[in-house]
Every structure is written in C-alpha cells, then in structure tokens.
Design a protein around this ligand. Structure first.
Ligand code: DQA
Length: 139
C-alpha cells in the first residue's frame, strides 16, 4: 500500500472560514475524508503546522521512507529557503500544491522556494488541487 502525506502550512487550519471567496467554504478535514474514501487503497496521512521549523522537521521525518508528499507550504512557499532546502534534501517526491492560482494574485506570490525541487506543481484548482496531486503520485 502506498504511503502518502499531505503537509499544510500556516493558516490552512482555517480553511472553511478563511477568505472563503479565495479558499472555499469547506473545511480541510471534511475534504480529507472524501479523499481517504476515494483512495481507500492508499494510506493518506495529514499534518498541518503554522511553524516553519515544524514543517521542516516533518519533511525530514517522512522524506526518506514515504512514497509521496503533497506540500502546500502556504505563505512559506514564497519566503522559506529552509523549506526549499528540506525539499531538496529528502528523497521522497514532493508535489507542490496551491488552492488558489498564485500567479493571478499579488506579485510576491509568484515566487516559490519549493518549485525548483518539486516533482510537479498543481496550482489553482481549489481543494481539487490535492486530489490531482495524489493522482499524479499514483503511477
Ligand atoms: C496558498 C497560496 C499562498 O500564497 C497563501 O499564502 C496561502 C495559501 C494556496 O493554497 O492558495 O496561505 O498556498
């Protein structure tokens, strides 16, 4: 059985009530339940932290044994050399995900420290971006 983990960064614990016009009105927990039943042959774990170092610790912890990481580093995407370095350092493929189309938003969101070392990127499909990222790791 494939072992995947979704790692969400800062403020994504507020999905459902945070700027719903951008991020939708569904909580991540509800969405995750749907994903788990859709991919019932896959082990999908979930981790969220608002703290940069905790996200790096988690990437290091899973990054040599899991089959795939779906990473939405949220605002740290655009600022964190440390998370970018962690993605480079580990062996497990990382798919970078964003709910919103970061390229249609402010210019500071166009920069990503994750993308250069990601296996691929899924941006702008709402929560469906996570589903597409999992699908990409299936084959
Ligand atoms: C985000 C986009 C980021 O720019 C923003 O800081 C987030 C969420 C997204 O999923 O659309 O917190 O990563």
């Amino acid at each position: 059985m494939k072992q995947l983990i979704i790692i969400n960064g800062p403020n994504l614990n507020l999905l459902g009530k945070r700027e719903p016009e951008i991020y939708g009105s569904e909580t991540f927990e509800d969405y995750l339940n749907g994903l788990k039943s859709k991919y019932s042959n896959t082990q999908i774990e979930y981790y969220q932290s608002n703290i940069e170092g905790e996200l790096i610790d988690k990437l290091q912890e899973v990054g040599f044994s899991y089959d795939g990481i779906i990473l939405n580093a949220a605002a740290y995407t655009h600022t964190s050399v440390g998370i970018g370095d962690a993605v480079k350092a580990i062996e497990t493929p990382v798919v970078e995900v964003h709910i919103s189309n970061t390229f249609s938003r402010e210019e500071f969101r166009h920069q990503s420290y994750i993308s250069p070392n990601a296996k691929g990127i899924v941006i702008g499909f709402g929560l469906k971006s996570y589903d597409l990222a999992i699908e990409s790791l299936m084959n």
